[in-house]
Design a protein around this ligand. Structure first.
Ligand SMILES: [Zn+2]
Length: 493
C-alpha cells in the first residue's frame, strides 16, 4: 500500500516533513521518504493520494475499561471498531469485571478475526479481600500476591493493575515490588495510608489520574497518610487536608523524582471533568450516546444518582478540586514527566465516551497549558515508550507498525485536527473515510436496535427500580464517596 504526497508529522521532534510517501507491506511500514523516490521504487496494489493531508502514527488511549457484568459483554465488544473509526489503533485496558473476555479479544484482534485496536490488557486487577470491584484477584497475604502475580504471568498480561478498595497498604507495596521482580510493569491507585513517593520507590511505573500527582505535591502528605493509617482522621478529613496543602516546590521536587525514575502520569482529565460537573451538565444530547448500548448506559446511573444527591457545598468543592488538580498538568510537563493520554472511558464512567473521549482528553491538555505537539506526543509516543515498544510504534519509519492516521488539518497547529480523520491504517489495512463512516453507521444502528429492544422489554414489565440491585452491590463505594469532598480515586477503576 502506498500513501503519496503526505505531510508527515514527526511527533517526536514536532516537525512537519512535506511531500512524503509511505509504503507498507502486511502490517509493517517498509519505506518512507521523498514522494518521487518512493513512488519510483515501489509498486502498490492500493494507492492513496494525500496532498494537503497530515499523517500521524495511530493514536493510543492508555486508560480504558471494559465491563459492567457478563450481560454487557456484547455491548463492550461493539466498542472495539469504534476505537478504530476514531483513529485509535491501540488501547491499554486498565481492568474491569470481564477480564477474561478482554484477554480473548486481545488474541482475536491479534489474529485478525476481530476488528479492533491492538489491545494491551492488565487482565484481572489485584485487590484486597472482598473489594467493591468484581473480577479481581483477591489478596490478603504475601502468598496470595505471589499467586496472583504467577497467575497474571501465565495469562501473559501486558502489565499489572493494582487498586485499593480493600487491599492492605503493605500488600500494595509488596505487589508492586513482586510484579517488578517478575518483569511486569505496574499501575494503579495508591492507598491513602501511603505517600505517592512510597509507591514510586517500590517501583510503580505509572500514576493513573491526576489526583495522585496533585497529592504528591501536598507538603504534609506523609503526615496526612500517617494520621489516616493510625485512624486519627477519616478519609474525608484526609482529603480536606490534602486539598488545602498543595505546595508548588514540593510538587516540582516530587515530579522531578517521577521524571528521573521514569514514572509516567496518565491524567484522565476527561473523566475527572465530566464527573466533577455531572450535577450541572446536561448530557441528553451528547453525540456519543448514539454509540452506547442500553446496558452500558445503565452503568452510568451509579455516578449520576450520587451526583444528584451531593450537597451544594460538596459540588462546589468538587469543581474547585478538579481545577486545582488539572492545574498541575503543566508542572508535570515542566518537570520532565512523560504524560500519557488516557481517558478512563468505559463502563461506570458516565458520559466519558470510548474513542471520542480521547480527542476531548487531548483538547483538555492544551486547555491546561500543554502545547499541541506535547498533547499529540502524549497520545502517540508516550504509550509505546511506557511499554518499551518504541522500536515498533510511535513514529512513521521503515520497520514500524503500519498503524497510521491521515488528517485533514495540521495537529501541531491545532490539536482538534485529530478529529478530522480522512483515513486510518490499522496493521496495514486501509480504512478510508467511507469505510470509517460505515463502521460508525453500523455501530449507531446496532445501538438503536438494542435501545428499541430494551424499551420494548421495559414497556412489557411492571415499573420497577432496575438499578437497585447494582447499587446495593456497590454500597460501600457509594458510602465512601458520598462523605468525601472530592472525587475519590480509590473507587474509580
Ligand atoms: Zn480507570
Amino acid at each position: 500500500m502506498l500513501i503519496r504526497h503526505a505531510t508527515i508529522v514527526d511527533v517526536g521532534s514536532a516537525h512537519l516533513i512535506a511531500d512524503q510517501a509511505v509504503a507498507t507491506l502486511g502490517d509493517t511500514i517498509v519505506a518512507v521518504g521523498n514522494d518521487r523516490d518512493i513512488a519510483a521504487a515501489w509498486r502498490a496494489r492500493q494507492t492513496t493520494q494525500a496532498h494537503g493531508k497530515y499523517l500521524i502514527p495511530g493514536l493510543w488511549d492508555m486508560h480504558v475499561h471494559f465491563g459492567g457484568g457478563p450481560e454487557v459483554i456484547e455491548e463492550n465488544q461493539a466498542l472495539l471498531p469504534l476505537y478504530v473509526a476514531f483513529g485509535i489503533t491501540t488501547v491499554r485496558d486498565c481492568a474491569g469485571d470481564i477480564p477474561y473476555d478482554v484477554l480473548n479479544w486481545r488474541e482475536d484482534i491479534a489474529r485478525g478475526t476481530l476488528l479492533g485496536p491492538t489491545l494491551l490488557s492488565s487482565g484481572p486487577k489485584i485487590e484486597g479481600i472482598a473489594p467493591v470491584w468484581k473480577g479481581t484477584l483477591e489478596t490478603g497475604s504475601e502468598a496470595d500476591v505471589d499467586a496472583a502475580i504467577a497467575k497474571l504471568k501465565s495469562l501473559r498480561v501486558d502489565f499489572v493493575k493494582i487498586t485499593d478498595s480493600t487491599l492492605k497498604p503493605e500488600l500494595f507495596l509488596y505487589a508492586v515490588r513482586t510484579a517488578h521482580a517478575a518483569g511486569l510493569k505496574t499501575s494503579g491507585h495508591i492507598p491513602m495510608q501511603l505517600t505517592v513517593e512510597q509507591a514510586v520507590d517500590a517501583g510503580l511505573n505509572s500514576i493513573e489520574h491526576i489526583d495522585y500527582a496533585f497529592k504528591a505535591g501536598v507538603k504534609n502528605e506523609a503526615a496526612i497518610a500517617a494520621d489516616f493509617a493510625a485512624g486519627r482522621i477519616d478519609r474525608a478529613a484526609a482529603y480536606r487536608r490534602l486539598n488545602e496543602g498543595f505546595d508548588r516546590d514540593t510538587a516540582m521536587k516530587a515530579y522531578r523524582n517521577f521524571a528521573s525514575r521514569g514514572v509516567f502520569v496518565t491524567p484522565t482529565l476527561n473523566g475527572e471533568r465530566i464527573l466533577a460537573w455531572l450535577d450541572r451538565d446536561n448530557h441528553d444530547h451528547d453525540p456519543g450516546l448514539a454509540y452506547i448500548g442500553p446496558k452500558l448506559r445503565k452503568t452510568y446511573d451509579w455516578r449520576i444518582e450520587r451526583a444528584a444527591k451531593a450537597s451544594a457545598d460538596a459540588i462546589r468543592q468538587r469543581h474547585e478540586q478538579y481545577e486545582r488538580a488539572a492545574a498541575v498538568l503543566p508542572l508535570l510537563q515542566q518537570a520532565g514527566v512523560t504524560i500519557m493520554a488516557g481517558t478512563d472511558a468505559g463502563f461506570l464512567n458516565s458520559f466519558n465516551y470510548p474513542a471520542l473521549g480521547l480527542h476531548d482528553e487531548l483538547a483538555l491538555y492544551v486547555k491546561q497549558g500543554l502545547t499541541p505537539p506535547q498533547a499529540l506526543a502524549s497520545a502517540t509516543r508516550a504509550g509505546p515508550e511506557w511499554f518499551g515498544k518504541l522500536d515498533r510504534y510511535g513514529g512513521i519509519e521503515a520497520g514500524k507498525a503500519a498503524d497510521l492516521v491521515l488528517l485533514d488539518a495540521n495537529p501541531l497547529a491545532d490539536i482538534n485536527a485529530t478529529r478530522q480523520i480522512r483515513l486510518v491504517v490499522l496493521r496495514g489495512v486501509v480504512f478510508d473515510r467511507g469505510r470509517l463512516d460505515r463502521i460508525l453507521a453500523d455501530a449507531r444502528t446496532k445501538v438503536a436496535e438494542w435501545n428499541a429492544h430494551s424499551n420494548a422489554a421495559r414497556i412489557g414489565q411492571r415499573p420497577s427500580v432496575p438499578s437497585a440491585h447494582s447499587l446495593a452491590s456497590r454500597s460501600s463505594a457509594s458510602r465512601a464517596r458520598s462523605s468525601s469532598v472530592i472525587l475519590l480515586p480509590n473507587t474509580r477503576s
